[in-house]
Design a protein around this ligand. Structure first.
Ligand SMILES: *Cc1c(COP(=O)(O)O)cnc(C)c1O
Length: 405
């Protein structure tokens, strides 16, 4: 057989050396004997064996063969492999929601007496896991201002088990100096866990800056079309095999194969969507910044962002999220939101549809006034998740809504 007639392995395409956008389309694919174009949906809980001996050997050679979808499922596995391969991680596991991934990233290894250091600037449920659940198990939370390196130094001057952070944070878009914090964390013996939901794997690569674990709410940009919940946890093979995977397979926060299939298909357009949404977000942030009814517009790639230089160092784009403060209070913020025609009122984010949120009365309403102040959430703040609409329509929409204030 001459070289060009050697059949290629179309059932497990080799994506090595190909560029990221190509890997988002083909990475992780495992075709069945039917040679389908689109990845198959294996909607099954279990698997069968031709003989008792086969079953015995499947359990003896753990991981060689699918045995139960709580451990591994072929469709979920394609999503996990595609994401791991894009992120440059050795291992990934898909979970039923982002919070299931966050919870496992902490509680798979923390034990009584351990310290966990995290910024106040966290998504409310992440904060709840650290501030309220962890102490019930004797784990000691240390909450700091994540933008202040002196506070990181102080908090990490003693042995610590874990650092958990979001950068940019939800909803105040704080940027944490990832390489600097990772260095301090290593010295303190801490695992660095990064919730990369806001930046997305397209705009920020935490593993290259010292992260040990990366978690996603795949509900957000990875699905990006408001269809399902999902999450993912990524780490190195050793930590996964010894700690994270045993915890996951025995506690069961597993994703359904159908949702994993949606996320797998979402990955194909992830770069294109995030790039378009990021381009619009910058334009909108600039528009809001110069608007007379707006007190402040916050976006990591605006020079007015207090950590603009840091954001440019560790991200390749400012992201799809803009926060802004309308002049006035809650009434003015509500009037703006209620007057939008295109932007929808929702607490979700990362969708193809533009969504506006009032964090003080929705996502962060359960925080005490003191904790809201620490997290930087005021009654005139609006969080904007920029979608895939024409950016001029979004600007026109904001213009007419602000005119009603
Ligand atoms: C939404 C979100 C989560 C939680 O994800 P779910 O999929 O809703 O469970 C965690 N972290 C951040 C930063 C988020 O925005």
């Amino acid at each position: 057989m001459s070289e060009n007639t050697t059949p290629r392995n179309h059932r497990a395409p080799d994506v090595s050396g190909l560029r990221p956008r190509t890997r988002l389309v083909h990475g992780g694919t495992r075709r069945s004997g039917f040679d389908e174009t689109c990845e198959a949906l294996y909607q099954t809980s279990g698997f069968v064996y031709g003989s008792a001996e086969e079953a015995e050997s499947a359990f003896a050679n753990d991981g060689q063969r699918h045995v139960y979808s709580r451990f591994r499922n072929p469709t979920s596995g394609m999503f996990e492999d595609r994401l791991a391969e894009y992120e440059g991680a050795e291992w990934a596991y898909a979970t039923a929601s982002g919070m299931a991934a966050v919870f496992a990233s902490l509680f798979s290894h923390l034990k009584a007496g351990d310290r966990i250091v995290a910024p106040w600037g966290l998504f409310i449920s992440c904060l709840y896991c650290i501030k309220d659940i962890a102490p019930r198990f004797g784990i000691i939370p240390v909450l700091i201002d994540g933008t202040d390196m002196a506070q990181w130094e102080e908090a990490l001057s003693q042995p610590t088990a874990a650092v958990f952070l979001e950068t940019p944070s939800n909803p105040c878009l704080d940027i944490v100096d990832l390489p600097a914090v990772a260095k301090l964390a290593k010295a303190a013996g801490a695992k660095v866990i990064v919730d990369n939901a806001f930046a997305t794997p397209v705009l920020q690569r935490p593993f290259e800056m010292g992260a040990d674990v990366v978690v996603y709410s795949a509900t957000k940009h990875i699905d990006g079309q408001g269809r399902c919940l999902g999450g993912a946890i990524l780490t190195d093979r050793k930590f996964a095999t010894e700690v994270v995977h045993p915890f996951l397979r025995h506690t069961g926060p597993t994703i359904s194969p159908f949702n994993a299939w949606l996320l797998l298909k979402g990955m194909e357009t992830l770069e294109l969507r995030v790039a378009a949404q990021t381009e619009s977000a910058l334009r909108i942030a600039q528009f809001l910044e110069s608007h007379p009814k707006v007190e402040r517009s916050l976006y990591p790639f605006l020079t007015s962002h207090p950590q603009h230089d840091l954001a440019r160092r560790q991200m390749t784009g400012g992201g799809t999220m803009v926060s802004f403060w309308v002049k006035g209070g809650k009434a003015e913020a509500f009037r703006t939101m209620n007057s939008l025609r295109v932007g929808l009122i929702s607490n979700n984010l990362g969708d193809s549809k533009t969504l506006v949120t009032h964090p003080a009365t929705s996502t962060h309403s359960k925080l005490s006034d003191e904790d809201k102040r620490k997290a930087g959430i005021t009654p005139n703040m609006i969080r904007l998740s920029v979608g895939l609409e024409d950016s001029q329509d979004l600007i026109d929409d904001l213009e007419q809504a602000l005119a009603t204030v």
